[in-house]
Design a protein around this ligand. Structure first.
Ligand SMILES: C[S@@+](CC[C@H](N)C(=O)[O-])C[C@H]1O[C@@H](n2cnc3c(N)ncnc32)[C@H](O)[C@@H]1O
Length: 219
């Protein structure tokens, strides 16, 4: 948050692809202003609004069902667009370009994106990431941010435990329950096999890629 200035209690913030709002509630406690969380899935938004209630944030934090391709905001309405682990759904470049019109001049965008840490990667991991061809190095992403009309204010790599402790570990129990529920269903089994493979690859190649926060100021 120290990279983002000018927020007041009148500020309008959007968290795009907010999920159930774990990060939104943290943001809501750190930043003044009102936050609208947007997610495609009604169940996530239901849980998001329950979480806001439990966090005592309902006056300032509200979840809405919507799509990141068609955001329900006016031009230049927002002081800050926040999006963690979600912009890949629309694509980094497209998201930065299309969302820019909703931000006030001098407002900010803060997004996380998967990046390569090295120019070259072992074949096994680069093949796996062909599923997201937009993955690229930090300098390329910073250049895309600048080209989309933002001053790149900061880029910093998230710690590895964001993936290991907060993404892969909690999946283990959920995967077991899911497999029990859908025993014999090959689509469910393939999905879990894919997720387990993803965790194994991160363990093996975590020095080559990871999530990075990119913060830009609309100029
Ligand atoms: C990996 S989760 C990240 C959730 C949350 N931001 C976090 O950091 O925990 C990606 C989220 O994007 C949402 N999503 C996917 N496609 C979307 C779309 N087209 N419009 C809005 N949300 C979308 C998913 O439902 C999911 O909640």
């Amino acid at each position: 948050m120290s990279f983002i200035d000018g927020l007041t209690k009148e500020s309008q913030i959007a968290d795009i692809g907010c999920g159930t709002g774990g990060q939104t509630m943290v943001l809501g406690k750190q930043a003044p202003g009102s936050i609208t969380g947007i997610d495609l899935f009604p169940r996530f938004i239901e849980l998001f609004n329950q979480n806001a209630l439990e966090a005592g944030l309902t006056e300032r934090v509200k979840g809405l069902v919507g799509t990141m391709e068609n955001l329900p905001f006016e031009e230049e309405e927002l002081d800050l667009i926040w999006s963690e682990g979600a912009i890949y759904n629309i694509g980094f470049k497209r998201g930065l370009e299309e969302w820019r019109k909703f931000i006030k001049p001098g407002g900010y965008i803060a997004v996380t994106e998967a990046v390569w840490f090295t120019e070259k990667q072992p074949e096994e991991i680069s093949t796996f990431w062909q599923a997201y061809p937009e993955i690229d190095t930090i300098p390329v992403k910073v250049t895309q941010m600048q080209a989309a009309g933002y001053l790149p204010v900061a880029a910093f790599i998230l710690p590895k435990d964001c993936w290991t402790d907060h993404f892969f570990k909690p999946q283990v129990t959920a995967q077991e329950l899911f497999l029990k529920k859908y025993r014999g269903n090959s689509t469910a089994e393939d999905l879990i096999a894919y997720l387990k493979h993803e965790a194994v690859l991160y363990d093996k190649y975590g020095d080559f890629y990871g999530y990075t926060f990119f913060i830009g100021k609309k100029i």
